[in-house]
Design a protein around this ligand. Structure first.
Ligand code: NAP
Ligand code: MG
Length: 454
């Protein structure tokens, strides 16, 4: 038996010890999930919707405990964690309506009637990262179950605790035993086993682009369905006519939120040259006002990074980059890192090109619209972005030209439960959330019925 010790990043102490799933256990779990899926898909759409609604209610009933656990395991400020867990309940509520609304088409054809059905895939494998563990799990689990599948969820070893709780709450809410399974172990071991297992019909993965490529290659062996939500290096374009206060203050969440460990982090902020000085002054006072500390303290804006090795990696980007100013961070135990602003920095510097996944933002100056769009698009990524301007026509013109999947104007919003989320280029494949997510958990079946009289 192998025991995983889960560390609390704000204290470096052991938060919990959990048993790892063995390869034999994973095989058994997939066998049982196969049976559970048949039972689940055989229930009425209304029943399945009611059970998902009951799970949303369980999550709401346990909101504070789940939020504290997420805050401690991830290092996420408690206020953010409460918002995240409320979003998890809302995700299950949203998809509780889906079983009764999985509509197909009727298509005019010669000599009969033609109709399409959206069939479940079967047993799906879900692999999630450590930055928003329960939220990202819910974005996958809820549509997967709503579409009639069984689930094997593998959270990151650094942060398995709230996903394990979700598995317990699901049984309490009335999901059939074996339908939602949460397994514990590393990507190299059971992650790989899940991706290669012949009876897993689909893999939905959120994580780094490198691991996403590896999963795509392995899944290709059996033509498994794959959706990927990967890295980002998302731009924000701030024009001279923009509300500079909102554009600067919003970065507390948009690039320093979750200590920058956010795939949508606006880590490249392009500012039009006439307002560059003013913007940097505002950003400096925003950074000076940020409280970095204990995630359980209500006044904290930013907690620690997830691990010592990750803090070292973030430091590596800052070591050889021009730091204009930094905020403060606690000393002593905990993987702390201050909010950091880089400027002036070249577009080709690795801190501008690579995903740092820490509280580090590059501020870059631009002169005109074409130049801003070209430089913003000059990246392998295309997850999200923002446009700040009071010129409505310009905002739409640029929105159509930016090669990103999830865009906001005069806002840093990235994720809404009711709208699609995902990336262009090497930021991913497929969409999560909103109505689109259901497509990723179903197969289209076409049925033709001959109606000619004999
Ligand atoms: P990661 O190293 O890619 O790991 C993500 C998950 O995959 C973990 O559960 C990991 O397990 C597992 N894994 C690792 N190698 C695997 C393999 N060969 N086969 C199967 N599973 C494997 O990413 P991370 O370090 O946790 O998270 C940071 C990255 O995620 C960033 O690049 C970020 O941009 C991206 N991200 C993207 C989104 C989005 O929606 N686009 C959202 C959040 C994060 P273990 O860690 O337990 O070994
Ligand atoms: Mg990793």
């Amino acid at each position: 038996m192998s025991i995983l010790e889960v560390i609390e990043p704000a204290t470096e102490q052991i938060l919990a010890s959990v048993e790892r799933t063995t390869p034999e256990q994973l095989n058994d779990i997939i066998d049982r999930a196969t049976d559970a899926q048949q039972i689940w898909a055989g229930k009425s759409p209304q029943y399945r919707g009611q059970v998902l609604l009951a799970l949303a209610a369980e999550i709401d009933d346990n909101l504070e405990a789940l939020a504290r656990l997420e805050a401690r395991n991830v290092g996420m400020p408690i206020g953010d964690a409460r918002g995240a867990v409320a979003g998890v309940a809302a995700t299950f509520r949203y998809y509780s309506a889906a079983p009764e609304r999985l509509l197909g088409h009727t298509i005019p054809v010669d000599g009969g009637v033609d109709m399409t059905f959206r069939e479940p895939i079967g047993v799906v494998g879900l692999i999630t990262p450590w930055n928003f563990p329960l939220s990202i799990a819910a974005w996958k689990v809820a549509p997967a179950l709503a579409a009639g599948n069984a689930v094997v969820l593998k959270p990151a070893e650094l942060t398995p605790l709230t996903s394990l709780e979700l598995g317990r709450l699901a049984v309490k809410a009335g999901l059939p035993e074996g339908l939602l399974n949460v397994v514990v172990g590393s990507g190299r071991t059971i992650g790989t086993q899940l991706v290669e297992h012949p009876r897993i019909g689909k893999v939905a993965f959120t994580g780094s682009t490198d691991v996403g490529k590896d999963i795509g290659r392995r899944a290709a062996e059996s033509i498994k369905r794959v959706t990927l939500e990967l890295g980002g290096k998302s731009p924000s374009l701030v024009f001279a006519d923009a509300d500079l206060d909102a554009a600067a203050e919003g970065l507390v969440g948009a690039v320093f939120g979750n200590a920058g460990q956010d795939c949508c982090a606006r880590s490249r902020v392009f500012v039009q040259r006439p307002v560059l000085g003013k913007f940097l002054d505002k950003l400096q006072s925003v950074v000076d006002g940020m409280v970095v500390g204990n995630p359980l303290d209500e006044s904290t804006h930013m907690g620690p990074l997830i691990s010592a090795s990750h803090a070292q990696s973030v430091q590596g980007y800052v070591d050889d980059a021009p730091v204009l100013f930094q905020g403060s961070a606690p000393s002593g135990p905990g993987f702390w890192f201050p909010p950091t602003v880089l400027h002036p920095v070249d577009d080709d510097h690795r801190s501008v090109r690579e995903e740092i996944f820490g509280p580090v933002v590059s501020v870059l100056a631009f002169d005109d619209e074409d130049e801003a769009v070209t430089r913003a698009n000059d990246t392998i990524y295309g997850l999200s972005g923002s446009i700040w301007t009071t010129d409505g026509a310009r905002s739409l013109r640029i929105a159509r030209r930016l090669a990103v999947g999830t865009l906001s104007v005069n806002s840093y919003t990235s994720v809404r439960i009711t709208t699609p989320f995902g990336g262009f280029k090497q930021s991913g494949l497929g969409r999560e959330l909103g109505p689109d997510a259901l497509e990723a958990y179903t197969e289209v079946k076409n049925v033709f019925v001959n109606t000619l009289s004999s």
